[in-house]
Design a protein around this ligand. Structure first.
Ligand code: ADP
Ligand code: MG
Length: 252
């Protein structure tokens, strides 16, 4: 199994706050890796360091064996690191199909010509992606009127349109009901296995994490305090004490 991501001794401070404090971990092909921890633990900062939005103060990041530390987001993206964006980044007035077409056009350098009537481009590819995430029947509806869970699926299709090897998903199920969360994460797990990609995700619902993650890393105050299989993390005393036992989900 190839290593898709290697993070070594990563540090990032904001003023007096050390948001990421010496974090190291790896992610391999076909792996669904959950990063958990209380609110403010440093999860989003880790994501932003990996995708190039932030520069680490110290430490190394390797993607597919290449050192990407300090690279700009577009360079990291070109190496095959995708990410899901929040709802607002989809074009609300465009249809579901058009949103995914846009990304395919952009990735192939055809975006400018879409301004001139090119609405037939990549229709089949976009429909394939919509089918994969289960929203193909909504293809001609404007994104702005979709149910929230369906919009999250469109976001996943958009992220997959660039054929990432590694997908970063910071709270992909935020705002969804528990049943939808489990279903979306199940779909993501299937895609990870079928396409042999890697996914790093955060999620505050422990049922979702334990049901679908292959491996879990736990952050607290910027430090990686535990890692293991769902069973190992569930039984870890420190995790129980500082996170699970606190009975305070980060987004109640
Ligand atoms: P999480 O995603 O686990 O909730 P974050 O990575 O968002 O945690 O935040 C980790 C810590 O870093 C928090 O104390 C947060 O207030 C701080 N932080 C994050 N981003 C910034 C920033 N841009 N400027 C200042 N402090 C920040
Ligand atoms: Mg966060």
């Amino acid at each position: 199994m190839h290593k898709l991501l290697e993070v070594t001794d990563l540090y990032k401070s904001f003023g007096g706050v050390t948001a990421v404090d010496g974090v190291s971990f790896e992610l391999k092909e076909g792996q669904l890796l959950a990063m958990i921890g209380p609110n403010g633990a440093g999860k989003s900062t880790c994501f932003n360091l990996i995708n190039g939005q932030l520069r680490p103060d110290k430490g190394r990041i390797k993607v597919l064996g290449r050192d990407t530390t300090g690279l700009k987001p577009r360079h990291v993206w070109r190496l095959g690191v995708g990410r899901t964006f929040q709802v607002t980044s989809t074009f609300a007035s465009m249809t579901v199909l058009e949103n995914v077409q846009m990304v395919l056009l952009s990735a192939s350098g055809h975006l400018n010509s879409v301004i001139r009537r090119t609405s037939r481009l990549y229709v089949d590819e976009a429909m394939e992606l919509l089918k994969l995430v289960g929203v193909e029947e909504q293809w001609d509806r404007p994104c702005g009127i979709l149910a929230y869970g369906d919009l999250k699926r469109v976001e996943l299709a958009i992220a997959l349109a660039n054929k990432p090897k590694l997908l970063l998903m910071d709270e992909p199920t935020a705002g969804m009901g528990i049943r939808e969360r489990l279903k979306l994460m199940e779909l993501i797990a299937q895609i990870v296995k079928a396409q042999n990609i890697g996914v790093l995700f955060t999620e505050h619902d422990m049922d979702v994490v334990f049901a679908h993650a292959d491996w879990i890393i736990v952050l607290n105050y910027g430090k990686l305090i535990a890692e293991g299989t769902p069973a190992q993390v569930r039984d870890n005393e420190e995790v129980k004490r500082i996170y699970l036992g606190s009975c305070k989900p980060e987004n109640p």
